[in-house]
Design a binder for this molecule. Sequence first.
Ligand code: F6P
Length: 359
Amino acid sequence: MSIRIGILTGGGDCPGLNAVIRAVGKSATTHGWETLGFRNGFEGLLDNDYRVLNYKDMDGLLLRGGTILGTTNKGRFAVKTGHGETHRIPEPVLAQTKANLQALGLRALVVVGGDGTLTIAQQLFEAGVPLVGVPKTIDNDLEATAFTFGFDSAVACATDALDRLHTTAESHNRVMVLEVMGRYAGWIAMHAGIAGGGDVILIPEIPFTYDSICAKIAEREARGKHFTLVVVAEGARPKGGDFITSGPQEANREARLGGIGAIVAAEIQKRTGKETRVCVLGHLQRGGGPTTFDRMICTQFGAMAVRLIAAEQYGYMAALRPPEVVAVRISDAIGRLRVIDPNGELVQTARDLGVSLGD
Ligand code: F6P
């Protein structure tokens, strides 16, 4: 029997997952290996739910959004719940998973995911499962890599939204508030905000005050700018305030955030008297195909994952350290999230341009 490897995609989906699957499948074929794709993240391992990924199955995957394997950000493995607490994988789940992998004769597993998924992967690795990782998340909040794939595509979508909001805000002399994703880190808000010419950028790393936001709007008015673009990350909050959630907490999953944009918009209108509208970008920024940059790093990450398996370098993941793609320990990427440094260059650039961070 030829060497078999497995691949699964975990957590929230994002553009580029299929491009990684393609790169892994093609590289494995180059080695003469067979690739099994597990469905719905780690759940597929537990249920022995997989499909053989043939060479023909790679057709069209470079551009295709979502993941042909399915994914989930809840389930029986979930170790990240609430606001970032970490649990252990239940013992019976671990035992069954190991038994299934052994019965399939898998050489190793490629785990594609963000902090939650890679935290599960690290626990499996420590329990003896040979695996390698690929860093995914639109939030870009993983340590040990300069960028995760999916982020650039999400920023492109948010920047396009800001360009569109810009023209309508200007025509109507309105304040437009764009709510983007970003649970603990404001990378999407910051990059899209700067690239899309936002006037106020609110991120989880810098608690804001309404006085500060309204002062910026007044300053623009005084300078003859009668419209303002506000970008707010879903995890942003006022000084002394908490996250805004959009529904009750479900078992075995992170709290669902959302709604801060509407609250900020209502407060701005109340305080300034200016007509204010809100747009929630939501899952548009997670859907669709990857940008050219994401296609490149997805392909490099997938090929690197297979090279790591060939070298039996388990417990490692591909990472971007520009201009190189390198291997780093999964344990170096998890445990703490990579957030924006409030005193760093990115924030300084925004401030230099006169952008308000709401503080
Ligand atoms: O983790 C990525 C992310 O995009 C977060 O920014 C957001 O809170 C979450 O996914 C939403 O996921 P879902 O709608 O699938 O629960």
